[in-house]
Design a protein around this ligand. Structure first.
Ligand SMILES: [Zn+2]
Length: 404
């Protein structure tokens, strides 16, 4: 597998690199962020997601707990009722943040849990015990599902489990196995999914809308149109190139680059835990919801979480309005119809270009301009309490969508 740092980055896949990073940072901070990459085969969505495994930081757990209990907050059936002293006696260990895959043909026992047959048939101490499946074992990490549209189409039971796991943050999981009491445990996992909506059985939104809405963000990887990018893709997929690549794998330079990513993730996660969205931006999101009849509360929650995370990985102290407008297409693409999405994007773009102290030109095709504007803001931005009354009223107005 090509190391994360060596993957080709271009305009069409940049958003996915950002989302992957945001989700790792958020998961490390203890709050899942579910992301879904849609697009044609060959756009590299699964490659990027799988390569991210190489940059995951370590987590600390109670020694050999298969449920990855945090020593400070044990949650599993074995450790949750133990005293801090008893937990301390068990000791702790560091493991890489879990990254597990569920295939579209997975069975319920493997992903939720089943009876531990080895223990049951142990001659000396036969014991009925639960063997946790993929989801509980991925606690505090990531689960990756390729071809999620096919999974949703063929396994309604697994889809129901995912709805529970992704329903709240943290989510929960019920493990039922004949002969054993039902186990209900918390699971904090970020679900990453990929699918090609143009192939059978179609887009996830159409197959199971509820599951589609559980994804905080969808990143649509468009068909590459630039000749340069296509030529680069051809080169990477060529036989000789792949052989050379595999020889280069895991050389020292790559390992040290992965380490840099890890250090950044840990730093960003600490910053994220302290960061919050300013009230007037929260108001702004709430107004978008009301004005455009958004229906999904998850959508505006994702806008808030996304804006703060995006500003964090871009090394800014505080989220600004362009962080929200940047997230809008990814948060709403799978939740509203195309016309509504265009209306909202135009609406927020138009307001951005108006003059005023909070003016942000957020033209999608002009990332440089956005950068400049962000800088402009940090240099001239003042705390709200220092603003005159006129400016304050102006600020609210400039930001608020026109009332319906
Ligand atoms: Zn445990």
């Amino acid at each position: 597998m090509i190391p994360f740092s060596k993957l080709e980055r271009y305009e069409g896949n940049e958003a996915l690199f950002d989302l992957v990073m945001m989700s790792i940072v958020s998961s490390y901070a203890g709050e899942p962020l579910h992301i879904h990459a849609e697009g044609l085969r060959g756009t590299g969505k699964t490659t990027i997601m799988r390569a991210a495994r190489g940059i995951l930081p370590n987590i600390k757990r109670i020694r050999s707990c298969v449920y990855n209990c945090d020593p400070a907050r044990p949650h599993c059936p074995i450790h949750r009722d133990m005293s801090p002293d008893e937990i301390a006696q068990l000791g702790e260990e560091e493991i890489p943040m879990p990254f597990l895959e569920i295939s579209h043909s997975a069975k319920i026992g493997t992903i939720a849990g089943s009876i531990d047959l080895a223990r049951l048939t142990d001659c000396a101490h036969p014991e009925a015990q639960l063997l946790p499946g993929t989801i509980p074992q991925a606690h505090r990490g990531i689960i990756f599902i390729d071809e999620i549209n096919r999974l949703a189409d063929t396994s309604p039971e697994i889809t129901d489990i995912l709805l529970d796991v992704m329903g709240n943050k943290p989510g929960h999981l019920q493990i039922e196995e004949a002969g054993l009491p039902v186990v209900d445990i918390q699971v904090n996992v970020s679900v990453w999914a990929a699918s090609n909506p143009d192939e059978d059985p179609g887009s996830l939104e159409e197959i199971r809308r509820q599951l589609s809405d559980r994804f905080d963000m969808v990143c649509y990887m468009g068909r590459p149109t630039s000749v340069d990018i296509l030529a680069q893709m051809l080169k990477e997929n060529s036989h000789t190139h792949k052989i050379n690549r595999s020889k280069e794998m895991n050389d020292q330079a790559d390992l040290s680059k992965n380490e840099t990513y890890r250090q950044n993730i840990i730093k960003w996660a600490q910053n994220y835990q302290k960061a919050d969205l300013p009230d007037f931006l929260r108001n702004y999101i709430a107004r978008l919801y009301v004005k455009h009849n958004l229906e999904s509360i998850r959508a505006i929650e994702a806008m808030q979480q996304g804006a703060v995370l995006y500003s964090t990985i871009k090394n800014r102290d505080q989220a600004i309005i362009s962080d929200i407008t940047h997230m809008i297409p990814q948060v709403l693409k799978h939740r509203v119809d195309g016309d509504t999405l265009i209306k909202i994007v135009n609406d927020t773009d138009a307001r951005g270009s108006r003059d005023g102290i909070l003016s942000f030109k957020n033209k999608k095709n002009n990332p440089k301009k956005t950068e400049e504007d962000n800088e402009y803001f940090t240099m001239t931005g003042r705390p709200l309490k220092d603003l005159g009354r006129n400016e304050l009223i102006n600020t609210e107005k400039t930001l608020a969508p026109k009332e319906v």
